[in-house]
Ligand binder design. Structure first.
Ligand code: TGC
Ligand code: FAD
Length: 397
């Protein structure tokens, strides 16, 4: 019989192409050799090194599914393998990478003009231009359709809008060079995307304070965006989409990436707790891995991780064939985030008191995974998206 591989229980590697396996290998090596050694200090001190995006850019890991503009043009599955490798180290590092890639580069690529693509994508692919995505507001998180940010005709500058409002909980905002901000165009009341260049904002019109003292995702930088009548040229509005379809289309790719990434984090928890259980001895010098309750925790987590990858793989293939429904992405985002969080919390118990030390990494994953279950649509919101698709009745309002 074929031997069972607990690291790849359902043999998912058989379903990846040679190119996808090569991309995964590049990403895994970089993440284990260059990111893992710095994550503890970054997490302790709440420091995100923007050079990380430049390093990822050198390896072709940013905006990897985009064709042209210096991007790698790989499959959605390959991009999923990248986020899985990054999040195996830390969800915050994946956050920085997926905001840059899926939310900002993806939005420009799908809805931008040729000039906007030429201006931003090559620099973003190299990690020389950093982006953030401003959708959430202090009073509107799960319901971004009620946003208050507004773009009015500029009172004095011909060909410009005047952009005002506040965004909060925005990954990368304090370090972003270009901010993709979603706001309602006053003339139509419709949501539009605006590319705000920090360097072009007159003093006092843009502030992006860091939100400090987080108890999760500490290796990623998060902030606010305050906009006080920023003059934005008409040419910096994304022309090819209006309404919530714009931000949600970007979110489809980012949510897909999270579905892969959170399984990477869970796989790291499995590997670490397995190692620990095999070495830690209690009661008659037995390794705690001998005990049935410990084995059940490992069996549950390994099963959920394997199912999660298979589901993400299926959706990835359909995505590239143009056969994906957004609800499929809601399903895998919700399921993989929830199962990763529940299992990581359970595996944490295997470490006993040592789980409290950050040297064992598991507590960091657990705190991070709470955030992944919350952003890009909290899990209950995705349940309601699925409920609407199943029953035909929306339950949000
Ligand atoms: P609804 O009526 O459902 O839709 C409005 C319009 O949007 C279209 N649409 C989609 N289009 C493409 N893909 C999707 N997934 C889409 N979902 C909806 C829809 O067809 C419609 O188009 P049109 O042309 O008819 O106008 O809108 P609603 O207001 O009822 O929405 C409700 C709900 C709950 C589904 C939605 O608001 C929602 O998903 N809320 C969650 C909010 C969220 O995900 N925020 C994410 C912020 S960004 C972030 O968290 C980044 S963290 C990154 C990191 O650090 O990694
Ligand atoms: P709320 O909408 O206030 O929800 C609170 C709770 O109520 C949730 O459990 C929710 O499920 C529940 N709830 C709300 N409405 C309903 C309903 N109708 N029925 C049942 N339950 C409901 N946003 C960005 O735009 N860009 C970013 O880069 C970004 N990065 C982030 C990084 C971090 C570290 C964090 C924590 C958040 C980030 N977010 C970002 C914001 C994130 O998307 C929001 O936090 C998320 O969408 C939830 O919104 P909220 O926090 O306002 O919660």
């Amino acid at each position: 019989p074929v031997p069972f591989d607990w690291k790849d229980p359902l043999g998912s590697h058989n379903n990846f192409t040679e190119e996808e396996l090569a991309v995964a290998e590049t990403a895994e090596s970089y993440c284990q050799e260059r990111l893992l050694p710095r994550v503890l200090e970054a997490y302790r001190n709440e420091e995100y090194d923007p050079k990380i995006l430049e390093e990822m850019g050198e390896l072709g890991l940013l905006g990897a599914t985009i064709e042209g503009y210096g991007c790698a043009g790989v499959s959605s599955v390959a991009s999923g393998l990248i986020t899985r490798a990054v999040e195996r180290v830390d969800s915050g590092y994946r956050s920085g990478q997926s905001v840059q890639s899926s939310l900002v580069m993806g939005g420009i690529d799908e809805f931008g003009t040729e000039e906007q693509k030429e201006k931003f994508l090559p620099g973003m692919a190299k990690g020389k231009i950093l982006g953030c995505f401003g959708l959430t507001e202090p009073n509107h998180g799960s319901d971004p359709g009620s946003m208050e940010s507004v773009a009015k005709p500029h009172p004095t500058k011909e060909g410009y809008y005047s952009l005002s409002g506040s965004k909060t909980w925005i990954t990368n905002s304090p370090i972003a060079d270009v901010l993709l901000v979603w706001a309602k165009l006053q003339e139509t009341g419709k949501i539009r995307g605006f590319l705000v260049e920090r360097s072009q904002c007159p003093p006092g019109t843009l502030e992006t304070p860091k939100l400090p003292h987080k108890n999760g995702l500490r290796a990623s930088i998060t902030g606010m965006i305050h906009m006080d009548a920023i003059p934005v040229p008409h040419a910096m509005m994304l022309p090819h989409v209006e309404g919530l379809r714009g931000p949600f289309s970007c979110l489809n790719s980012a949510r897909f990436g999270i579905a892969w990434g959170t399984i990477g984090a869970l796989e790291d928890c499995i590997a670490r707790s397995r190692d620990y259980a095999l070495t830690r001895r209690q009661f008659k010098n037995n390794p705690i891995a001998k005990y049935q309750l410990v084995q059940k925790k490992l069996a549950d987590a390994t099963t959920d991780a394997a199912f999660g990858i298979q589901a993400a793989l299926q959706v990835g293939r359909l995505k590239d064939e143009g056969k994906v429904a957004p609800e499929m992405i809601s399903m895998i985002k919700r399921q993989n985030c929830d199962r990763a969080l529940v299992n990581a919390r359970c595996l944490q118990e295997i470490f006993g008191g040592n789980a409290v030390s950050d040297e064992y990494h598991i507590g960091r994953h657990v705190s991070n995974l709470f955030v992944t279950q919350t952003y890009e649509g909290q899990s209950d919101i995705h349940a309601l998206i699925l409920g609407r698709a199943i029953t035909g009745i929306q339950a949000f309002v």
